[in-house]
Design a protein around this ligand. Structure first.
Ligand code: MG
Length: 261
């Protein structure tokens, strides 16, 4: 079941729905409500899709594929490395990634996103899957030059628009061995499988919930495989995940002007 948030024609407030073939069945409630309670239908092509959830925080995992740790020259971590991206980084499918003027290397990072269903704190790994709403595609956009310069990652990971997610949340999915890919202007750049994750999803949810309370709609992005690379204004970047779909975004310059170096 594919859960979406969208703007229906003539309705100024966001709605939630289920994608059924090329239509959206609008739900009476939000993405957490009973999916059997429905309103009208809209053609998928006639609505604007929104980010499929509104997290209070995005918890990201660094260096969770061994080949990516090696390409950056970092050792394989013995515990999950976590960092936060603010909710203001979130954009939906088709929205622009704005290339900040203070960076000259902005990279894509294709990642599986895990959407939390309940308010949870200090849960065990064996309980994790019972508290997951579903899975989505995410792009952990990173100003790589600022990441290296700062020595910690907050600025590099936190620019507005630096976390595209979508196009929807797939509820019925085993995330254990999914193909994760990125494409830049149609050319494949990253290709790996979630079976290669160093720290698996149940362990990540448990680990993070032992640090901070997670709320419905909070998002965990699970790390990126090798093959990251830079984008330029005008580029189109796609994150494709098996069993979910394709998240597509275009990069634009800040205010239409890019100060070159
Ligand atoms: Mg990442």
């Amino acid at each position: 079941m594919k859960l979406v948030r969208f703007m229906a024609p003539g309705n100024p407030t966001p709605a939630c729905g289920i994608v059924i073939n090329d239509e959206i069945a609008e739900l009476e409630g939000d993405i957490f409500s009973d999916p059997a309670r429905r309103r009208g239908r809209y053609p998928l092509s006639g609505v604007s899709l929104l980010p499929p959830c509104s997290p209070t925080k995005v918890v990201a995992i660094g260096l969770n594929y061994g080949d990516h740790a090696r390409e950056l020259g970092f050792p394989i971590p013995d515990e999950p490395i976590i960092f936060l991206k603010p909710p203001t980084t979130i954009v939906g499918p088709g929205e622009a990634i704005v290339y900040p003027r203070s960076s000259s290397q902005v990279d894509f990072e294709a990642e599986l996103g895990v959407v939390i269903r309940d308010r949870i704190s200090s849960i065990k790994p064996g309980e994790a899957y019972g508290h997951i709403l579903g899975y989505t595609c995410a792009n952990d956009v990173t100003a790589r030059d600022l990441q290296k310069k700062d020595g910690q990652w907050t600025r590099a990971k936190s620019f507005d628009t630096f976390c595209p997610i979508g196009p929807w949340i797939e509820k019925d999915l085993d995330p254990g061995d999914l193909l994760v890919e990125s494409y830049l202007n149609g050319e494949r750049k990253q290709s790996s499988r979630t079976s290669q994750l160093i720290f698996k999803i149940d362990l990540l949810v448990s680990f993070i919930s032992g640090i901070m309370t997670l709320f419905p709609g909070d998002l965990i992005i699970t790390g990126t495989p090798a093959g990251i690379g830079p984008m330029q204004p005008g580029d189109e970047v796609e994150v494709r995940i098996e069993g979910i779909g394709t998240l597509k975004n275009r990069v634009i310059a800040d205010f239409g002007l890019r100060i070159s170096d």
